[in-house]
Design a protein around this ligand. Structure first.
Ligand SMILES: [Zn+2]
Length: 380
């Protein structure tokens, strides 16, 4: 399933109540059904139905049974089952695939990474990832039979049914991924682009942020606008494709059908190719060695990106800009150039107002964890 909208908070009564109950158990350690009724203000019948549901999927457990005073049923104390796998997130990237299993409160229980040497995102690499995950779960005695949802992230342009992109449409692959995972696990996953899933993971770590631009550079370049806690998707699900704004009309051909897109200049593969190195790590080494050409190239990439992000900020008026980019997360000097370039392009009154920060989560972690969150949001 490819969702059309995303909201960071629950939007139906049942999900909100489930989250309240789980949060109460998380902060109190253990509670009885009566105590849960008092905390939530719900009836005994409503709480019992919800608790039975959570017990059935092993998300919570009975941690203690107290004998009743006199006649009547014994009282059960309930607590979270933090060892039980509930949500699975898979992220497919060109260099690697990764998978993370979360418990009911989204603490990671198991994470794996599978290298993808040929750089092509395919069902073969997905199958290898799922097999490796299953083997690792067996080794760690972690059962995957109670999984409530699966989220899967992968890069590419993923429009909705209202539009087709003849040369760059990733929907066919999305459907193949969906069919494979449904066949393997028995139910449909939630499929989403890597930028939106990574944004979701980052925002879980920044609960106060409700309006921002999340900008991400990895194999590609994308931006997610978060407005009033909603991830903006747009009319055709193509909102935030900042990677395809034209920087150089005579530049390199882009897979989207245009030339000289931002992505052809500043994405990790584009920069690596220009510098003649295989990986971002290689780029960082060349920077550290003081290679003048690489230094000039990366500084220029920051300035181009800063100007593009300033335009995006002028159009969307965000409270903050969060940058997920290994180069700027690892090299503060580059982040400083990027930040200055963004601020220079803003209205003078906004230059010191908008917060510009590097992402907290590393790129790979953000993708697979975000996919697990995305799946959990989708199963509501
Ligand atoms: Zn393009």
């Amino acid at each position: 399933m490819i969702p059309n909208t995303h909201t960071l908070t629950s939007n139906d009564a049942e999900s909100t109540l489930r989250e309240t109950v789980v949060a109460a158990l998380q902060s109190h350690g253990s509670l009885t059904r009566s105590e849960l009724c008092d905390i939530t203000g719900e009836t005994r019948a409503t709480i019992s139905a919800l608790v039975n549901n959570l017990l059935k999927t092993d998300a919570i457990r009975i941690s203690e049974t107290q004998k009743a005073n006199g006649r009547g049923r014994p009282t059960q104390r309930l607590s979270l089952n933090r060892d039980c796998a509930q949500y699975l997130g898979i992220a497919m990237q060109k260099q690697r695939a990764s998978a993370t299993v979360h418990n009911i409160v989204h603490e990671p229980l198991l994470s794996i990474e599978v290298p993808n040497p040929n750089g092509i995102i395919s069902i073969e690499i997905l199958e290898r990832t799922v097999r490796e995950l299953s083997a690792s779960a067996r080794t760690n005695r972690l059962s995957l039979r109670n999984l409530k949802s699966i989220g899967c992230a992968f890069p590419g342009l993923l429009p909705n049914q209202r539009l087709s992109l003849p040369s760059a449409d990733a929907r066919e692959l999305a459907y193949a991924i969906e069919a494979f995972l449904e066949d393997w696990f028995g139910y449909k996953p939630i499929i989403e682009g890597t930028a939106r899933t990574a944004a979701l993971a980052e925002l879980r770590h920044r609960p106060a942020v409700t309006d921002c631009l999340y900008f991400r550079v990895s194999d590609g370049v994308a931006m997610v606008q978060v407005s009033a806690s909603n991830l903006v998707t747009g009319t055709y699900r193509l909102a935030g494709e900042i990677g395809h704004i034209t920087i150089d009309p005579h530049g390199f051909q882009c897979f989207c059908g245009k030339r000289g897109c931002l992505e052809t200049i500043i994405s990790n593969p584009a920069l690596c190719q220009l510098a003649g190195t295989q990986s971002t790590f290689g780029l960082m080494q060349l920077w550290a060695e003081g290679n003048p050409e690489v230094r000039r190239m990366l500084e220029n990439a920051m300035r181009i990106t800063g100007a593009a992000l300033a335009h995006a900020a002028l159009i969307t008026d965000p409270g903050s800009i969060i940058v997920s980019w290994a180069l700027t997360q690892q090299i503060p000097e580059l982040f400083a150039i990027l930040e200055e370039s963004i601020r220079n392009g803003l209205l003078p009154a906004l230059r010191r107002t908008i917060q510009i920060e590097p992402a907290i989560l590393p790129e790979v972690t953000a993708c697979s964890r975000g996919a697990a969150y995305m799946g959990a949001l989708g199963q509501r």
